[in-house]
Design a protein around this ligand. Structure first.
Ligand code: GLA
Length: 707
């Protein structure tokens, strides 16, 4: 059966996409016949250690005679995992319906000989030329109506049913061959889901999707307030697909549609793999865009995967420790579980304005930071640059001559440390008393209409995150609707969208004893991106016993003071009021625009067994530190580690009977840290120490026998 046959099968209009793929895969299985490889043995356990260092390896770009040398060099530098295959479609299926996975099997076997486990990437980010030239409808169309072309990658249309059949086919064939392979430990679907499509067929899917979501046009018209500017829709096919500048309700639903379309795109491959693969093989996708990207809701995408992973790059300059740490915590929150760094920068990249190289030792600090925040593996992109192609200048571990670059020595050091620390870190994970709520709906809602172009949601998040981390606290960054039981303190800067059901959940947390602090811009919108009819924080006005009277975009600073200290607000200030006798004011604005003068900037109220507070301004770093100190003290958050010098980060991973502390010196000067109790120095294999001496970018991994 060829793909043409499959396409014809697809043409029956009443079948749903998923049925078709199931049918197509069943047909493929029947026709192809399963030849299990000699290595197929689902009971065999991979020899890989629990903490892995690895690299993206592209055997298809090199003569086979070279592979053994590559793998020997990897083994010598303590690399124990390679990711293979994610762009190799034209090698796996050189012509439509003609497959060649033998070379991949030989690569997997050779890696095994060198004690290197394999993660297989499905190649669906880079369709072969034969596919898109024969079926141009598989190519995406950008918001300006321009169809993508072959010659780069990501040119496919994520919503194309035909493309998905090809994806399910190649993923299914790979799974059939490697789903029981003892040296294949997991799967990566595609690569960094990125671009949407604006073609006519996708528009029709969007309109159908809206119909399912709203049921009637009356409901849609009401939620989008389409009486405004005569936007009223009388037919579903009148609704446009716009990338920006549209009705905020429409823009939000487009993001939801994009999320669900990627989720379906992924699901087709997930099912194709799951149907044939051992459960021990994880299935992930490497989400890119430095984790903060929000072209779709990452919680929804991660929901169907067995593990989250992301690509952690610095680009130009040096590691921004707080930002990068927050991104790890965000990724850990996608599934509320440990994760992998599927790609990391081997010194430098090729896409920054100036492609500077990380200082010697900085990459090691970055690797340990990943582990400290919950990564169980770090893979460098890439082992060796292809001799031609768009990324010739990208950092790598070996050069065009195939011999180690200077960076190889740092990789070897990290690899050998990962080997030493694997046992201590096995079955450990970060455990937090504090959660920071993050919501894609809120991010989209604010970014569609920022009101102050300087309101940078990531910066605001970091304003709250940094002082928490400076106290040595583990912070979970989690979805706004995640379970909150167990957290002593929950903070929510910029939680713009608060639906009535989310408000109920937050209130239940407070009533049961939790401390909730809402930040600026919270509770302005409902789940359709319409204004809440109450002032901010919408459905939480009542329990807060206070509200936002008016918000002000600032182009200068405003004085703020009160029992938490004195300082300034910048960028955003909300004039609060109290409406209940027991709501107290913690901070007030000083002289400003007349409207804000003397008005509350932060209020708090005890509710049930807990407390709800609202901070309506973006504060300077000092005052924010005091505000966070008040929050952690009031919520009785316990210290996790003693005092830390500036630029030293502590991360804690907790196991059943022990904790591992990872200390990282992000400064370029040495630091000395006195421990409150003796701990085992894991990297130096065991001596008990009471002082950690960290050189510039230095790392200590310390094990304490209790939690
Ligand atoms: C992305 C991709 C990789 C590679 C790197 C280069 O993260 O996933 O294939 O292009 O960027 O930095």
């Amino acid at each position: 059966m060829t793909n043409e046959h499959l396409t014809r099968i697809r043409m029956r209009p009443h079948w749903k996409m998923r049925d078709l793929c199931g049918f197509a895969l069943a047909a493929i299985l029947l026709v192809a016949g399963v030849t299990r490889s000699p290595a197929a043995d689902s009971s065999a356990i991979s020899p890989a250690p629990s903490l892995l260092l690895g690299a993206a390896w592209y055997p298809e770009q090199w003569p086979e005679s070279r592979w053994d040398r590559d793998l020997s060099l990897m083994e010598a530098s303590h690399l124990h995992v390679v990711r293979v295959g994610e762009f190799a479609w034209s090698r796996m299926e050189p012509q439509e319906g003609r497959y060649d996975l033998d070379w991949l099997e030989r690569a997997v076997r050779l890696a095994e000989k060198h004690h290197i486990a394999v993660v297989l990437g499905t190649p669906t980010d880079a369709p072969p030329a034969w596919l898109t030239s024969k079926y141009p409808d598989t190519l995406r169309v950008d918001a300006n109506g321009r169809r993508a072309e072959h010659g780069s990658r990501r040119q496919f249309n994520y919503a194309s049913p035909r493309y998905r059949i090809f994806c399910a086919d190649i993923a299914g064939r790979m799974a059939q061959r490697f789903g029981h392979d003892r040296n294949v430990i997991g799967w990566q679907i595609g690569n960094e889901y990125t671009d949407e499509s604006f073609d006519a067929a996708t528009l029709a899917q969007f309109q159908q999707w809206l119909r399912r979501r709203f049921g009637t046009l009356d409901a849609l018209n009401e939620h989008w307030a389409t009486a405004y500017w005569s936007q009223t829709y009388d037919r579903w096919d009148e609704i446009p697909l716009v990338a920006s500048g549209g009705n905020p309700g429409l823009l939000l639903e487009h993001r939801h549609f994009v999320t669900e379309t990627w989720r379906d795109f992924q699901q087709v491959q997930l099912e194709a793999i799951r149907r044939q693969a051992d459960r021990r093989q994880f299935i992930t996708t490497n989400l890119g865009g430095l984790a903060w990207t929000d072209n779709f809701d990452h919680y929804q995408i991660a929901r169907d995967l067995t593990m989250a992973s992301w690509d952690d790059y610095v680009g130009q300059g040096h590691l921004n420790a707080a930002r990068n740490g927050a991104m790890h915590d965000l990724v850990r929150g996608w599934k509320r579980a440990p994760f992998w760094v599927m790609e990391a920068q081997p010194g430098s990249v090729n896409w920054a304005p100036v492609n500077t190289t990380l200082d010697r030792g900085e990459t090691r600090a970055m690797a340990w930071q990943a582990v400290g925040h919950g990564a169980d593996a770090v893979l460098y992109w890439q082992w060796r640059s292809a001799l031609n192609g768009q990324e010739q200048y990208h950092g790598a571990i070996v050069g065009p001559d195939g011999e180690p670059l200077p960076f190889y020595s740092e990789v070897s050091e990290i690899g050998s440390e990962f080997e030493r620390a694997g046992a201590a870190l096995k079955d450990t994970a970060p455990v937090a008393q504090v959660a920071l709520l993050h919501s894609y709906d809120s991010r989209w809602a604010i970014d569609f209409q920022p009101h102050n172009r300087n309101y940078d949601q990531l910066e605001v998040l970091l304003d709250w995150y940094r002082p928490l981390r400076a106290q040595g606290l583990t912070v979970d960054v989690i979805g706004a609707d995640a379970p909150l039981a167990g957290y002593k303190l929950v903070v929510a800067p910029s939680l713009n969208v608060i639906s009535s059901s989310l408000a109920k959940q937050l209130l239940a947390y407070v009533q049961q004893g939790g401390a909730l602090v809402l930040g600026p811009r919270s509770g302005m919108k409902d789940e359709y991106n319409a204004l809440n009819v109450q002032r901010q924080p919408g459905p939480l006005v009542e329990p807060l016993g206070g509200r936002v009277e008016q918000y002000y975009a600032l182009d200068g600073t405003v004085p703020v003071s009160g029992e938490l200290g004195a300082g300034t607000a910048d960028v955003w200030a909300e004039q609060l009021s109290t409406r209940a006798a027991d709501t107290s004011v913690l901070l007030r604005y000083g002289k400003s625009n007349g409207w804000l003068d003397g008005q509350p900037a932060m209020i708090t109220r005890q509710v049930g067994k807990g407390r709800i507070s609202y901070l309506g301004a973006v504060l300077d770093a000092n005052l924010m530190r005091s505000a966070i100190a008040w929050m952690t003290q009031t919520a009785q958050v316990e210290a996790e580690f003693g005092a830390l010098p500036e630029d030293v980060e502590v991360c804690r991973r907790v196991g059943r009977n022990h904790s591992v502390y990872i200390l990282i010196n992000h400064a370029s000067a040495a630091k000395e840290i006195h421990l409150s109790a003796p701990m085992m120095d894991v990297l130096h294999e065991g001596p008990s120490v009471t002082v950690a001496n960290l050189e510039a970018h230095g790392v200590a991994v310390l094990e304490a026998q209790a939690n």
